[in-house]
Design a protein around this ligand. Structure first.
Ligand SMILES: *Cc1c(COP(=O)(O)O)cnc(C)c1O
Length: 399
């Protein structure tokens, strides 16, 4: 059977692989050898699921959004990752990777972060597991995401501002890889999305797949069948989308729709729509679509949503798009803002700006009345209030 999951060599079609410096070769090989035996062991599963239940608060609800359903003419369910501890799906992955790190005998954690969300999730699990943690963050982002920096520090992490390049996520990633090269024996690098060298994209997808495992059970209970007609998610690097679709990826009864960040528009030069605007290249150790110029220099992405502001895309998603297994649309800043206000006013849920890019797909789709649609709300909007308030008048909303 055709599968859209990773193959033995770490590829999804022509995308993926592990393009790492020679000095990391053995470290990545070792991770590749041990990750599946560890995360599939009964001991790991028991600890992981106990923490997901009592620490994260899983299962996250599958909520039938009645007013939004009425508006879009379908049976619309929201998968509420916004209700997790720390406010988004990223904690599912961070918990899994720190348990893996411990079982591998690692004693130090590093991570990189752009908006700070993955940094906070990593700092959180490091506090929980009493592990030293260094988070690399571009100096520009340190200034822009001040509150998350303070959260990480309160949690006991060391935040390391990166002064090279544009001082944003790409530069923080380079610095984290540099650190990993110097301390491969004792350090585990927690990557926050379905990106990076193989086996990270597969590791992260599996750790987030709890989302679709729960959707299956919850749909069976609510609809009498365990699959939806449509799955909808936003994509930055691709982890919440990968978790949402994981157990349905080869089930073609299920249509997959993904929203990437259009920014000011795909033709504006101010965009993070990597699938529409990217070309084949290597970023963060993986062969995938990259926003780059003719000389292969990374083009700085732009989106109103810091969590989608990434110049690459997970290799799984690049392949899903190129095989037409998933329909990917760019949702612009103004469409995402509109969608966020709509969810807030119809259902009383303030979504993260990232998640608003999934909601922004709804007006662009057509449904039949009985279609069952599951949309993942990847995170909550508390962190985005300033942005929402700054734009409320522009949207003609009398908030
Ligand atoms: C980081 C983040 C995203 C984007 O990351 P993915 O790996 O594509 O899921 C989406 N939503 C929220 C709330 C985030 O924090």
């Amino acid at each position: 059977m055709e599968t859209y999951k990773v193959n033995e060599e770490g590829y999804y079609g022509e995308f993926g692989g592990a393009y790492v410096p020679e000095i990391l070769y053995k470290t990545v090989e070792n991770l590749k050898e041990v990750y599946l035996p560890i995360i599939e062991s009964e001991e790991f599963k028991k600890e992981y699921h106990a923490l997901l239940k009592d620490y994260v608060g899983r299962p996250s609800p599958l909520y039938h959004a009645r007013r939004l359903s009425e508006k879009y003419g379908c049976r619309l369910y929201l998968k509420r990752e916004d209700l997790n501890h720390t406010g988004a799906h990223k904690i599912n992955n961070a918990i899994g990777q720190i348990l893996l790190a411990k079982k591998m005998g690692k004693t130090r954690i590093i991570a990189e972060t752009g908006a700070g969300q993955h940094g906070v999730a990593t700092a959180t699990v490091c506090a929980l597991m009493d592990m030293p943690c260094r988070v690399y963050m571009g100096a520009t982002d340190v200034k822009r995401q001040h509150v998350n920096v303070e959260r990480m520090k309160m949690l006991g992490a060391e935040v390391f501002p990166v002064e090279s390049g544009n001082k944003t996520l790409k530069d923080a990633t380079n610095e984290a890889i540099r650190d990993w090269c110097c301390h491969p024996a004792d350090t585990f690098y927690i990557i926050g999305s379905t990106v990076g060298p193989h086996p990270y994209p597969d590791l992260v997808a599996r750790l987030q797949s709890v989302i679709s495992a729960e959707i299956k059970e919850q749909l069976l209970e609510k609809e009498g069948r365990d699959y939806p007609d449509y799955l909808i998610a936003c994509v930055g690097g691709g982890s919440n989308a990968a978790g949402t679709i994981y157990h349905y990826i080869d089930d073609t009864r299920v249509n997959i729709y993904l929203g990437e960040a259009g920014g000011l528009g795909v033709d504006s030069g101010e965009t993070a729509a990597t699938i529409q605007c990217g070309s084949l290249g290597i970023i963060h150790g993986s062969r995938t679509l990259v926003m780059q110029d003719e000389d292969g220099q990374i083009i700085e992405p732009y989106s109103i949503s810091a969590g989608l502001d990434y110049p690459g895309i997970g290799p799984m998603h690049a392949n899903l798009a190129s095989q037409h297994r998933a329909t990917v649309m760019a949702i612009n800043d103004d469409e995402a803002l509109q969608a966020a206000y709509e969810l807030t006013r119809l259902e009383g849920i303030i979504p993260a700006l990232e998640s608003a890019h999934a909601l922004g797909l709804l007006p662009k789709m057509t449904f039949k009345k009985d279609d069952v649609v599951v949309l993942t709300v990847s995170g909550r909007g508390d962190k985005d209030l300033d942005t929402y308030l700054a734009h409320r008048n522009e949207k003609g909303i009398d908030a």
